[in-house]
Design a protein around this ligand. Structure first.
Ligand code: BT5
Length: 237
């Protein structure tokens, strides 16, 4: 981690957009992370809005030169989980395929991975010290503070997340070996539950995660392999 460059910014439009721009303009040529204490227009997948609160939410992105990997988002979720499990002592801390960390039925963290040239840009939105959320998210979102009643230092969490994610990705060589896959499966809330996916919507039971990180869903017409998009889990979201 000593050689790793973590840039701190008071405000950015989006930490992912910032790194992507700097990679394209060749201002960034080696592994770099950026953490913004305020993010004004954060994005999730499919350009959805990501909500964050100044100095209370962690908004960070890490750019790593890496091979193309179909399961990078799932590996990142495992890396983030490993950090959070030391802060939230809860059996309810799980991963919702592919990119969410949840506590019971609420979202604590979202991860957005994007590919730019030979870099993978990993964006992490983590609710840290938030005491409440806007009405539209109040039933869906939670924070470390709401789960533990303790406040945490955002910069410290950011540094720990960088270290853990980089270790997880390098140790696994960006791939899903049997051990890693089993660890993910044990934490995945989708498995064994009724899920809804695709357009037009289909329903089935999530049964497995493939070695490429796909969610396997058994329906009346057979097994479906889902590699992207939203999957709604009955009783969660
Ligand atoms: C994600 O997208 O979960 C990935 C979010 C990644 C955000 C980070 S912040 C740092 C970096 N810079 C960026 O611009 N982005 C990354 P998705 O699976 O599409 O989920 C988005 C949905 O989550 C929204 O449509 C809301 O329903 C919900 N949501 C938005 N903000 C939330 C929050 N703070 N906590 C919980 N849920 C939220």
């Amino acid at each position: 981690m000593s050689k790793f460059n973590l840039i701190l910014k008071d405000e950015l439009i989006s930490t992912n957009a910032y790194l992507k721009e700097k990679i394209k303009s060749k201002e960034i040529t080696k592994d770099t992370a950026v953490l913004a204490f305020s993010q004004t227009s954060g994005r999730g997948r499919l350009e959805r809005k990501w909500y964050s609160e100044d100095k209370k939410s962690l908004t960070m992105s890490i750019a790593l030169t890496s091979p193309l990997s179909p399961c990078v988002t799932l590996l990142c979720a495992l890396g983030v989980y490993d950090v959070l499990k030391d802060m939230i002592e809860s059996d309810a801390l799980k991963i919702k395929w592919p990119n969410d960390i949840v506590v019971r039925s609420k979202k604590l963290c979202g991860i957005l991975t994007e590919r730019v040239m030979n870099f993978t840009v990993i964006g992490i939105g983590l609710n840290v010290n938030n005491e409440s959320f806007p009405t539209e998210l109040s039933k869906k979102a939670t924070s470390i503070f709401l789960e533990t009643q303790k406040a945490f230092n955002i910069e410290e969490i950011g540094k720990t997340l960088c270290e853990n994610l980089i270790n997880t990705l390098k140790e696994t060589n960006f791939s899903f070996d049997e051990n890693t896959r089993n660890k993910y499966k044990n934490l995945c809330v989708n498995l064994g539950r009724q899920v809804e996916f695709g357009t037009p919507a289909k329903t089935g039971v999530a049964t497995d995660i493939s070695s490429f990180g796909e969610l396997i869903v058994a329906t009346d017409t057979g097994d479906n392999k889902i590699s992207f998009g939203d999957v709604f889990v009955s009783g969660i979201y």
